[in-house]
Design a protein around this ligand. Structure first.
Ligand SMILES: Cc1cc2nc3c(=O)[nH]c(=O)nc-3n(C[C@H](O)[C@H](O)[C@H](O)COP(=O)(O)OP(=O)(O)OC[C@H]3O[C@@H](n4cnc5c(N)ncnc54)[C@H](O)[C@@H]3O)c2cc1C
Length: 379
């Protein structure tokens, strides 16, 4: 499949693989066990320029392509998917939205330090009553003098307790429905902002998922991101790139499960022969390879569309569906190939199995992604 990459992209892939294997893999199991934000991984990604990979050099980034971002996501997820989540959520989703919709002043203040890896951004849209139906959010923003005052709460916010800059979507007028939604930039430490419940999750444990509470949280007027009442657009636009990066995350986890399954099948013997000699095991491995390569191929199509500057909403949703469903199937088969050993915490396989599931849920569930694809085909 590397034949579909340019020489430069293949070199970048090798760089990312070496980085991930040398700097992140040795303690990936420990990151999962500790269940805390992986500061070391974040700093190492920052030092490599990865947190600004997708941001123009003028704003502290690397000016990289969607393909660069995809490759980084796949290779880092192959060893530590929760560290890759910080790259996806911080760089690809939140930071990119601030860059796309921010004023020059906001870019200098928020994008430049985050692109250099000195600060972290996060994306706060989901609420208890507003998940897939984000437009029904209830957090309010009231205009008082030149300031805005936020009240409400956000749920399941990736890295919300450690991020320096939070994009918060709130309504300035509930009666307007989705047309009242506005995006705001809230800095860590702003009075009235606090962290609520920290979720105890199945996987992605190196990246906290938290509730954020806003109690008369007052922010200056210049912290509106984009236009007032046009916030839903920024929230949804960021998801196309986000879905490509989640496809990369899913494919990276799946590749790890396949690699380890092949190695184990060649080594483990039962009934006087290796597992690799049993046709049942061979067929499972072929199905795993087919699922990964099909998903990767469709994802490459989405990435190339994005890099060509074309609209890629449908392609990104297709990639995310295929890759997340592939990783579910691949990790299940890998567990089967390893037999009882797969079920222990001595091997990383059970972690891959736990990490896989969320890729079907976040950045728009696969049902919502199917709605996106259906709309594009049928209307
Ligand atoms: C680890 C983790 C990290 C997250 N990070 C963030 C973050 O950083 N920022 C953020 O804002 N959010 C984040 N989320 C929230 C995530 O995006 C939502 O969980 C997701 O959008 C689904 O919303 P929900 O959980 O409320 O499910 P619901 O919307 O209640 O959906 C429940 C089920 O109903 C289905 N469903 C809903 N509507 C339809 C429909 N119209 N047609 C068919 N089926 C439908 C869904 O597909 C799903 O299967 C995160 C969640 C997790 C678990």
């Amino acid at each position: 499949m590397d034949v579909l990459l340019s020489e430069e992209e293949r070199m970048f892939k090798k760089l990312m693989r070496d980085f991930a294997e040398k700097e992140l893999e040795p303690y990936a199991t420990e990151v999962d066990r500790r269940d805390e934000f992986n500061w070391d991984g974040f700093r190492k990604m920052g030092a490599m320029g990865l947190m600004g990979l997708h941001i123009p050099e003028k704003y502290g980034g690397q000016g990289g392509s969607y393909m660069n971002l995809y490759i980084a996501m796949e290779e880092i997820s192959r060893v530590c998917a929760s560290t890759a989540l910080t790259l996806s959520n911080g760089c690809c989703l939140a930071l990119r939205i601030i860059y796309d919709y921010g004023t020059e002043e906001q870019r200098q203040r928020y994008v430049v330090p985050a692109a250099r890896g000195e600060k972290l951004c996060c994306y706060a849209l989901t609420e208890r009553e507003a998940g897939s139906d984000a437009s029904s959010l209830r957090t309010t923003a009231t205009h008082i003098g030149n300031d805005w005052v936020l009240n409400g709460s956000k749920l399941f916010i990736t890295n919300g307790n450690v991020a320096d800059t939070i994009i918060v979507w709130a309504t300035v007028d509930k009666s307007l429905g989705s047309r009242g939604i506005t995006a705001f930039l809230v800095e860590k430490g702003t009075p009235g902002l606090s962290v609520g419940k920290i979720e105890n999750k199945l996987g992605m444990r190196g990246s906290p998922t938290v509730e954020l509470l806003f109690d008369d949280c007052r922010i200056p007027g210049e912290n509106v991101l984009g236009e007032v009442r046009k916030g839903l657009r920024s929230a949804l636009s960021g998801l196309d790139g986000g879905r490509i990066s989640i496809a990369g995350q899913a494919i990276g986890i799946a590749q790890a499960a396949l690699d380890t399954s092949i190695a184990y099948a060649k080594e483990r013997k039962q009934f006087g022969q290796t597992l690799a000699e049993f046709q049942a095991i061979q067929f499972m491995i072929v199905d795993m390879k087919n699922a990964i390569d099909s998903a990767r191929l469709v994802t490459y199509g989405a990435v190339r569309t994005a890099d060509a500057g074309k609209h890629f909403t449908r392609e990104a949703a297709q990639a995310k569906i295929l890759a997340s469903e592939a990783v579910m199937d691949v990790t299940r088969k890998a567990m089967q190939i390893y037999g009882g050993y797969s079920y222990t915490k001595d091997l990383p396989l059970e972690r891959y199995y736990r990490e896989a599931k969320i890729t079907e849920i976040y950045e728009g569930t696969n049902e919502i992604c199917r709605i996106v694809v259906a709309r594009s085909l049928l209307t």
